[in-house]
Design a protein around this ligand. Structure first.
Ligand SMILES: Cc1ncc(COP(=O)(O)O)c(C=O)c1O
Length: 363
């Protein structure tokens, strides 16, 4: 037996399990379990990635200057307050490392992204999941859960795996009532997909306050998940803190180059947004017409609810779909064992899922 004892909390972490990518017995499965884009990255990002091969012997720019300036120009932000990360996961973890002490509390909504719980436990803090209403974060419940030990609130907006979102005014109301020594992290990994006029990813709130951070990613609509590229927009003191604790070269050079090129291909982004809108709408309509409940989604995935009856459950549906090579996401880890999450896929894959679900409900 080892005499090495990890810090309290660490052994309570359920290691992150990504979406399955193989269906037993089938050579070609269709993976719709990780909210990846079916369109891939912009061809310009691909070219930039390939061109970066010539400089593999060199360290990357540890400060990601060109990328931060590109992000600032694209989103109308201050480049000096952008901090990039090895995926946005990197930043979510750094924030907990920076602001949470053992015994502190980290808040997130009931079905919030699983990484929040993990980063709390990794820092010996107490993860506090706050009940949702209709599969959406509830500002009043979150405020009621704040204690003198609360240090960070992580709010995925839109949320994964529910696809729900909070309006800008709800987020503002929450922030106004939150003590200023508590950090509000607005995780806007799916921001680009949202059409709703009342939505705001968080940049304006960051500009107006010291205790708000917005995190974003190139893993979703930009199709660069493999490169691990995320970023955050922070107040001056938070950017300073992250700059001190992040790895000196936490973002690799091909990722920086591809990310910048992806940002510059606005036409590709617009196409990806329109594609997702069309197929998300189609999936929501088709699935609800099968008498399956599906939570309205503003992101690139939908949450499908199943009965608990034997033969009709989410586990049964999952097995049925897997038998046809269709991989959706099981959600036990989120406390949603009666649901499956489906990412918007290629047209033929979306059609295949709906056809298989139709068969499943009619068995
Ligand atoms: C809500 C949310 N935040 C953050 C992430 C992490 O993204 P990244 O690939 O940038 O680490 C994900 C990925 O699934 C997510 O769903």
């Amino acid at each position: 037996m080892t005499s090495l004892v990890p810090n309290p909390g660490i052994m309570s972490i359920a290691p992150y399990v990504g979406g399955k990518s193989v269906a037993p017995g089938l050579a070609h499965a269709i993976k719709l379990s990780s909210n990846e884009t079916p369109l891939g990255p912009s061809p310009r990002a691909r070219e930039a990635y390939l061109a970066a091969v010539d400089d593999l012997a060199l360290y990357p720019d540890g400060g990601c200057r060109a990328l931060r300036e590109g992000l600032a120009a694209t989103h109308g932000l201050d480049p000096d307050r952008i901090v990039c990360g090895n995926g946005s996961d990197d930043i979510l973890a750094l924030l907990a490392q920076a602001y949470v002490l053992p015994g502190d509390e980290v808040l997130y909504s009931q079905y919030g992204f699983v990484v929040y719980k993990q980063v709390a436990l990794a820092n010996s803090a107490k993860p506090v999941a706050v009940r949702e209403v209709n599969f959406a974060a509830d500002v009043d419940a979150l405020l009621a859960a704040v204690t003198e030990k609360t240090k960070i609130v992580y709010l995925a907006n839109p949320n994964n795996p529910t696809g729900s979102f909070l309006t800008a005014s709800e987020v503002r109301r929450f922030h106004e009532a939150l003590p200023t020594h508590i950090l509000l992290v607005l995780d806007a990994a799916y921001a680009e997909y949202v059409d709703e006029a009342e939505y705001e990813p968080g940049g304006r709130l960051v500009d107006a306050s010291e205790n708000v951070v917005m995190t974003r990613t190139f893993s979703k609509i930009y199709g660069l998940a493999a490169l691990r590229l995320g970023w955050s927009y922070c107040s001056v003191p938070v950017a300073d803190v992250l700059g001190r604790i992040r790895g000196p070269f936490n973002v690799n050079a091909p990722a920086q180059a591809a990310g910048l090129a992806a940002l510059q291909d606005k036409a590709f982004l617009d196409k990806a947004v329109a594609y997702n809108r069309e197929w998300r709408t189609w999936l929501l309509q088709e699935i609800s017409s099968l008498n399956l409940r599906v939570t309205p989604s503003v992101a690139n995935f939908v949450l499908i609810h199943f009965d608990q009856k034997p033969g009709r459950s989410a586990a049964d549906a999952d097995a049925f779909l897997l038998g046809r090579g269709l991989i959706l996401r099981r959600l036990e880890a989120y406390g949603l064992p009666d649901c499956l999450r489906l990412s918007v896929g290629r047209e033929e894959d979306n059609r295949a899922v709906v056809a298989a679900l139709k068969e499943f409900v009619h068995i």
